[in-house]
Design a protein around this ligand. Structure first.
Ligand code: ZN
Length: 341
């Protein structure tokens, strides 16, 4: 399989992450991508460099205010007195009607959902390169390749049209789906990351032409808490075109694969002509985030079910954190996919 990659991700190395009020180093580290790349190479997959598109593909999904903020935030923050090297807001507009602010600290609060998306000096360049990885892989599929894998870092599925969150800045999965949508009337997205793909859901929530389906640890007890519940089914013209399949935290292959069958049944009914998989590997039993307990065999089996749909398919890397199984699980997924083609 063609693996699209850019080494520009490495300039984004977030240092700040809070767990129950305790500051830690972020789990979203550059080594994630280098391990995934090494495993894919060792398994014989072909590595392809990302093309340069600039912000065009991202602008099809994200708002101008938000893209401007991401570009200037780290530089302007550094000019504030006593500022840290990472942009981390200390105030949010929360749930009440609010006015878009001019001050950078206010814009940070507006555009950053939580404390898990600090913006450092390299964040914009890395996020832009990650979106270009997704766009390059989408164009391979549009050019006739039946499948491609976008090794995106930073990940994207928690990013809304105008809001970062949960390690994510530009929504690579949504950018890829939007690009495929240019030539496909109906595009489906299946998100198998352990976290609900809330940004992706939000971006397409009122649209009937992009079906969003997510299998994830139940947000009743897991990030992102506010989104990912079964009753969220879409709005307006998009009503009925969003399906959430939350799984009890700690569940393993059996329920996960059964949810996969339900997801694929809905996708068959929708009858898309292209498919995007938001491929988080953090549902692994070995993942440090410990949401679900999926095995390597589970990833292999899920990939086979997805591949059997026979659709042009783009795999977009989302989460999946450092463990000895990270690279192995990717290889399991890719081999399961190819064997079923
Ligand atoms: Zn995740």
């Amino acid at each position: 399989m063609k693996i699209v990659y850019s080494d520009k991700h490495a300039v984004h190395d977030p240092q700040t992450f809070f767990v129950r009020g305790v500051k830690q180093r972020s789990a979203e580290q550059p080594e994630r991508a280098t391990r995934l790349l090494a495993a894919a190479k060792d398994a014989g997959h072909e590595i392809v460099g990302a093309k340069v598109y600039g912000a065009g593909p991202a602008a099809a999904v994200h708002t101008p205010d938000y893209l401007d903020f991401l570009q200037v935030a780290a530089r302007e923050w550094a000019r504030l007195p006593n500022a840290s090297t990472e942009v981390i807001p200390n105030v949010h507009p929360a749930r009440y009607a609010a006015t878009y602010p001019k001050a950078l600290a206010g814009r940070a609060g507006w555009h950053q959902a939580d404390l898990a998306c600090p913006i450092g000096p390299g964040t914009w360049d890395a996020a832009l390169a990650s979106s270009e990885v997704a766009a390059t892989a989408a164009d391979l599929v549009l050019d006739g390749f039946r499948e491609a894998y976008a090794l995106c870092r930073p990940p994207g599925h928690h990013a809304y049209a105008d809001m970062a969150g949960g390690f994510c800045f530009l929504n690579n999965t949504a950018i890829a789906a939007r690009r495929l949508r240019g030539r496909h009337e109906r595009v489906a997205i299946l998100d198998v990351d352990v976290h609900h793909g809330n940004g992706t859901q939000g971006i397409f929530y009122d649209r009937p032409d992009v079906l969003t389906v997510s299998i994830h640890a139940d947000p009743a007890n897991y990030y992102p808490y506010f989104w990912g519940h079964a009753h969220e089914t879409g709005a307006g013209a998009g009503h009925g075109f969003n399906l959430n399949l939350p799984q009890p935290v700690g569940s393993g292959d059996g329920p996960w694969l059964a949810a996969g069958d339900a997801a694929l049944q809905r996708i068959r009914e929708f009858a898309p002509t292209a498919l995007v998989i938001a491929l988080g590997l953090d549902a692994s039993e070995s993942d440090p985030l410990q949401g679900l307990k999926v095995t390597g065999a589970g990833f292999h089996a899920m990939a086979g079910k997805i591949a059997a749909l026979g659709l042009p398919t783009l795999l977009v890397q989302e989460g999946g954190y450092l463990s000895d199984d990270l690279g192995r699980n990717l290889v399991q997924f890719l081999s399961g996919f190819e064997q079923a083609r």
